[in-house]
Write a protein that binds this ligand. Structure first.
Ligand code: TMP
Ligand code: ASP
Length: 237
């Protein structure tokens, strides 16, 4: 059923599905990249963790009424998704300051944002994914004013849901990044992945970072951390 390779990104390969134009297969790679691809490494087994964790997140969100591209898991490293054209805006939601905002605005790490902060970044590697405002987003994408508003509302709803989801496995959701895409019907739905590569997750007892910052900041064994998250998720229910 898996057809031709359509696209290869930093973390995933995207394949067509033979005989069905509205579906794609995502294959998660073992590569980890950070700082716009300047730091790179390969971790055997990482793709499996991203795939399985992202699938659990999308299944949970589906149960809570959030439409996404996720259809079903196919294997340890592959999932079937709806074909979407990605809107080139990375939507970041922040509950607590970390990462780029601490440097850009001099805000101390762990400063609480209440209400949560939504930021848009232009998804363009050549430009280093610069931060943009709503008017730039209108110029740089085909989304309408109403659709951009809907994207923000959905991102904040996903934030509420994911905070609860990760609280259930004793993790604080400091921030995360979402991507949205337009499916064959023209609807904008949640797309890409939601995993410890795209979220900042802090253990509620120890305060330890349990996400890709372990790789970005050389804090320890990334695979062990991702394995721990998957184990916690599998222990729920
Ligand atoms: P930032 O602090 O680097 O702006 O990142 C905010 C959140 O977005 C963090 O959870 C990591 C995630 N993120 C991605 O998933 N992909 C990216 O390309 C970037 C820059 C951030
Ligand atoms: N994932 C992004 C990159 O590889 C940036 C990051 O997560 O630090 O460019």
């Amino acid at each position: 059923m898996k057809g031709n390779l359509l696209y290869e990104g930093k973390a995933k390969q995207v394949f067509e599905v033979e005989g069905n134009e509205s579906l794609l297969v995502l294959s998660y790679k073992n590569d980890a990249t950070a700082f716009n691809g300047q730091k790179k490494a390969n971790f055997i087994g990482k793709g499996r963790y991203n795939n399985l964790i992202s699938a659990k997140v999308f299944e949970y969100l589906r149960d809570k009424g959030i439409a996404s591209h996720f259809e079903k898991s196919l294997s340890d490293t592959e999932q079937l998704v709806q074909r979407t054209t990605i809107i080139p805006i990375e939507v970041v939601v922040r509950n607590m300051a970390a990462g780029s905002i601490t440097k850009r605005l001099g805000i101390k790490e762990k400063t609480v944002f209440n209400p949560p902060l939504v930021e848009f970044f232009y998804k363009k590697d050549e430009l280093g994914d610069p931060i943009i405002n709503d008017q730039h987003a209108l110029i740089l994408s085909d989304a309408t004013v109403e659709e951009l508003e809907e994207i923000k509302v959905t991102a904040l709803k996903v934030n509420e849901l994911l905070q609860e989801f990760f609280l259930g496995i004793n993790l604080t959701l400091a921030d995360f990044k979402l991507e949205f895409g337009r499916n064959i019907d023209g609807s904008i739905i949640l797309s890409d992945e939601v995993s410890p590569d795209t979220c900042r997750l802090w253990d509620r007892d120890t305060g330890k970072k349990m996400d890709k910052d372990v790789f970005r900041e050389d804090l320890g064994d990334l695979l062990q951390v991702y394995d721990n998250i998957l184990q916690r998720l599998e222990a729920v229910k």
